[in-house]
Design a protein around this ligand. Structure first.
Ligand SMILES: *Cc1c(COP(=O)(O)O)cnc(C)c1O
Length: 387
């Protein structure tokens, strides 16, 4: 028997291994080949193999797109050269005069894209704490066309109730867009909860090896899919065949990686909580975290991202200099543990007043926990944080 690629009965940790098509139907190759071709020969006039030109479609990209649609329970997915290219494509759906409500605690690059690029084209943005439905409701106006949420948010890990937000949005004909980078479809499937559009930076957990930039948009609506397809082929920020293949390869091990990363993150969060130099730990998987219960309701995991504040700002520079195994670098989701200083790296584009409101301050550090042995990561933190 051959899987038809549409089986919804399989468990998600099986689905990630086999992907959309499982194998190349032409040759039986278990690893979908890299179709490194820009164009495709037509059999005759008005005839096509299904592929014409790689900006429109390419067999390797098609497989990674179908895999994402399959994992997110969507009808269509679109692959882009980066997460930002994916988000930018979604923003091209909107018109001057429209308004979008956005999580105030979000990836700095997304904030920059909205404020520096799309604002110029007449789209308005309001940034609110999307873990509070009253704040979302209060910010809606007659031009509101979408609610864009990141959950858990970056870097203070606030959890927004996706179903509650999608229900509110549906009543008013507003689109719900969820950046699902942190939890991936392994742990959270926003379309199932009523969201209209899911975006990803596949550079992170989906790729998983800190070696490829990629992004996705996933929908479960034919009309939206057609509009996105038009933008994708017109703007052309598509994922290359080789990078599509790298992401396909990454996704196969998503489950084992993320489960191990999560196990490590829990151990590290507990250790940080007991450290004398630590003021506060932000990890969704700690029962005292504000979003713990909602998270348990809407996701099957807490992920492996955590942040913490140290008691004294002066310790930050020392910690960043002293870590050996843990690398001081931006990005997240890869097999290596990385430490980030959001205020100067990922969130430098966010104005001080928003940063102060959400708690991105001089004392906050963010960890993307990798798949190393937890004891080794903790020992590295221990030596870097003993003062
Ligand atoms: C990294 C990131 C992005 C941007 O993706 P790139 O692949 O770097 O363009 C968007 N959203 C979140 C949550 C991210 O972490």
């Amino acid at each position: 028997m051959v899987l038809d690629g549409n089986e919804k009965k399989l468990n998600i940790d099986t689905k990630v291994v086999h992907g959309g098509k499982c194998f190349d139907p032409l040759t039986g190759a278990v690893s979908i080949p890299i179709y490194q071709s820009a164009t495709f020969r037509h059999p005759g006039l008005n005839q096509t193999t299904g592929y014409d030109y790689s900006r429109l479609q390419n067999p390797t990209r098609e497989e990674v797109e179908n895999t994402l649609a399959y994992l997110e329970n969507g009808s269509n997915a679109f692959a882009f050269s980066s997460g930002m290219a994916a988000i930018s494509t979604v923003l091209s759906l909107f018109s001057p005069g429209q308004h979008i409500v956005v999580s105030d605690d979000l990836y700095g690059g997304t904030y920059r894209l909205f404020e520096e690029i799309y604002k110029k084209y007449g789209i308005d943005f309001t940034y609110v704490d999307t873990s509070k439905i009253e704040e979302i409701e209060a910010s809606l106006n007659e031009n509101t066309a979408a609610i864009f949420i990141e959950t858990p948010s970056n870097p203070t890990m606030k959890v927004a109730d996706i179903k509650l937000i999608a229900d509110l949005a549906k009543k008013r004909n507003i689109l719900t867009i969820v950046d699902n980078t942190f939890l991936t479809p392994l742990f959270q499937r926003p379309l199932d909860l009523g969201a209209d559009i899911v975006v990803h930076s596949a550079t992170k957990y989906l790729g998983g090896h800190n070696d490829t930039l990629a992004g996705f948009v996933v929908v479960n609506d034919v009309n939206l899919a057609e509009r996105l397809k038009l933008i994708q082929k017109s703007e052309g920020a598509v994922l290359s065949p080789f990078d599509s293949w790298l992401i396909l390869r990454g996704i196969k091990t998503l489950s084992v990686r993320l489960l191990k990363q999560q196990e490590n993150a829990i151990a590290i969060a507990k250790w940080l909580k007991s450290n004398n130099n630590v003021e506060k730990v932000y990890y969704v998987g700690l029962p005292e975290h504000e979003g713990y219960e909602i998270s348990k309701k809407q996701a099957t995991g807490f992920g492996a991202m955590l942040s913490f504040t140290v008691k004294d700002e002066a310790l930050v520079e020392k910690i960043l200099e002293r870590v050996k195994l843990i690398m001081f670098a931006e990005s997240l989701g890869g097999v290596e543990t990385l430490i980030t200083y959001p205020i100067v790296q990922t969130h430098s584009a966010i104005p001080k007043e928003i940063r102060d409101r959400i708690g991105v301050n001089e004392k906050l550090l963010r960890l993307s926990v990798g798949i190393e042995n937890a004891e080794d990561i903790i020992n590295d933190l221990e030596q870097a944080m003993s003062f």
